[in-house]
Ligand binder design. Structure first.
Ligand code: VGL
Ligand code: ZN
Length: 196
């Protein structure tokens, strides 16, 4: 369990059926094992008056993000489908901040920025301003997947100047190549992210 206060935001990355359910289109090994951990963090964050941010990967049916359209991923998290819904055991609070990533066909790996898969150009999602407006200075990241959206979200959080923590028990990796998850954690440490 991390510590929470009103100057902290808990960012819950992509705890959606396609990643967290074993039957999901891009099921992350052990993804459903983090949900109880994540829910406990959400309860602690809510009790302490922290901001809770929920992100969703939210793709159009065709996007260069998908293998069938020139990218690398199976079709997943298509807007308004079962795969894009939050996992049913995730404790979704009505007063959370909700961020949908990739809605315009971008690669939405970070809660803070999306990237054009063709030009590489990045565009802010607006989350930095929302958090700054609430006086947030510290960000705690949990969710899926360690080697993509958790990594990019935590790296952006550090770049944006937040004290950034990733909870080791609250993340799981895709491991497209063996060791990707471990390499991501190493990269995060080097960038100044604290792994708790
Ligand atoms: C993600 C691969 C493709 C993630 C999203 O949420 O980590 N991974 N799209
Ligand atoms: Zn995606």
């Amino acid at each position: 369990m991390s510590t929470y206060d009103p100057a902290t935001a808990l960012v819950v990355v992509d705890v959606q059926n396609d990643f967290a359910d074993p039957k999901g289109a891009l099921s992350v090994p052990g993804g459903d094992e983090i949900i109880d951990v994540v829910d406990a963090e959400i309860a602690a964050a809510a009790d302490a008056g922290a901001t809770i941010v929920y992100t969703q990967d939210w793709h159009p049916p065709s996007t260069p993000h998908f293998e069938k359209d020139g990218g690398i991923w199976p079709v997943h998290c298509v807007a308004d489908t079962w795969g894009a819904e939050f996992h049913p055991r995730l404790d979704v609070r009505d007063d959370g901040v909700f961020v949908k990533k990739g809605t315009g066909g971008e690669d939405g790996y970070s809660a803070f920025t999306v990237r054009d898969p063709v030009t590489g150009e990045t565009t802010p999602t607006g989350l930095t301003e929302v958090l700054e407006g609430r006086g947030v200075r510290r960000v705690v990241v949990v969710g899926l997947a360690t080697d993509y959206c958790v990594k990019e979200t935590a790296l952006d959080a550090v770049r944006e100047g937040f004290d950034t923590v990733v909870l080791a028990d609250g993340i799981r990796a895709v491991n497209l190549r063996p060791g990707d998850g471990a390499r991501a954690v190493y990269e995060l440490c080097r960038a100044g992210v604290v792994i708790e």
